[in-house]
Design a protein around this ligand. Structure first.
Ligand code: NDP
Length: 247
């Protein structure tokens, strides 16, 4: 018996990178999965239902929730993964619209989708939500301050939602990846490297000797949505090869 047999899952941003690895891992454990991105590409894992939506807007979140409920009738697992960062030379050079964009993508998208899909979990007294934050939160590097601030807010909110939903048997946790080899991660690090000013990047390997693979993160997500973690809620699991000292 695969451990997610009969479960219905939504994973945002599953067309590549960490989200695609999560989709593959959940499918392999027998879950039905619906995923989403702004456009469908050949890299959406086979076997997953797909809806095109931009989760930065309320309408986008609504479209994902409606598609999920139409496809499955109800949702047992929600992985709020879609996200990403764009570096600027200095924290004070980040324009207002970029702050809003990052808050919408990395913080409010999960808040909105949770508001649409967790009431059903609460009513059925069962469900698991995972928020993908970032191991970079405690570092708060100035070129990414809008991103890390949004991801920090996500963790804080994650803890509060966990407390609200715990009496109903719904668990909410965060996973914070370190430097992980994904198209988005690589593109962001290249942009950072080409910035002429601002703090430099740390290019040393994490203590465990390599960067993360999307599958490393997917394994942590699988644990947190499975019954193996049935007494775990309100936590943040940092998966970063030991790179960051706090987290
Ligand atoms: P990728 O850029 O490789 O993949 C992001 C996925 O999200 C794609 O499917 C993308 O599809 C989708 N997406 C992006 N923007 C939107 C949007 N507005 N609406 C709907 N879907 C969207 O990113 P990663 O796999 O690297 O990152 C996944 C998560 O992990 C993010 O939350 C990121 O912040 C976090 N993370 C990643 C790290 C890393 O080193 N890779 C480190 C720490 C955290 P499309 O562009 O077509 O919409």
């Amino acid at each position: 018996m695969r451990e997610l047999e009969g479960k219905r899952a939504v994973v945002t941003g599953g067309s590549r990178g960490i989200g695609a690895a999560v989709v593959r891992r959940l499918l392999a454990e027998g879950a039905e999965v619906l995923t989403t991105a702004r456009s469908k590409t050949g890299t959406v894992p086979e076997g997953a239902a797909f809806v095109e939506a931009d989760v930065r807007t309320r309408a986008g979140a609504q479209a994902v929730a409606e598609a999920a409920l139409q496809t499955f009738g109800a949702v047992d697992i929600l992985v709020d993964n879609a996200g990403g960062a764009r570096p600027f030379p200095h924290a004070l050079s980040i324009p207002d619209e970029e702050w809003l964009d990052q808050l919408n993508l990395n913080y409010l998208a999960p808040v909105r989708l949770d508001a649409l899909l967790t009431p059903g979990m609460r009513d059925r007294r069962s469900g698991a939500v995972v928020h993908i934050s970032s191991a970079a939160v405690p570092v708060s590097a100035p070129p990414f301050l809008h991103y890390t601030a949004a991801k920090a807010a996500l963790r804080n909110y994650s803890r509060g939602l966990a407390m609200e939903l715990a009496p109903f048997g719904v668990r909410v946790n965060a996973v914070s990846p370190g430097r992980t080899e994904t198209p988005g991660g690589e593109a962001t690090r290249e942009q950072w490297a080409t910035l002429s000013e601002g703090p430099g990047q740390d290019t040393t390997s994490p203590p465990l000797g390599r960067d993360g693979r999307p599958e490393d993160i997917a394994e942590a997500v699988l644990f947190l949505v499975s019954d193996r973690s049935s007494w775990v809620t309100g936590q943040n699991l940092t998966v970063d090869g030991g790179e960051f000292p706090v987290g």
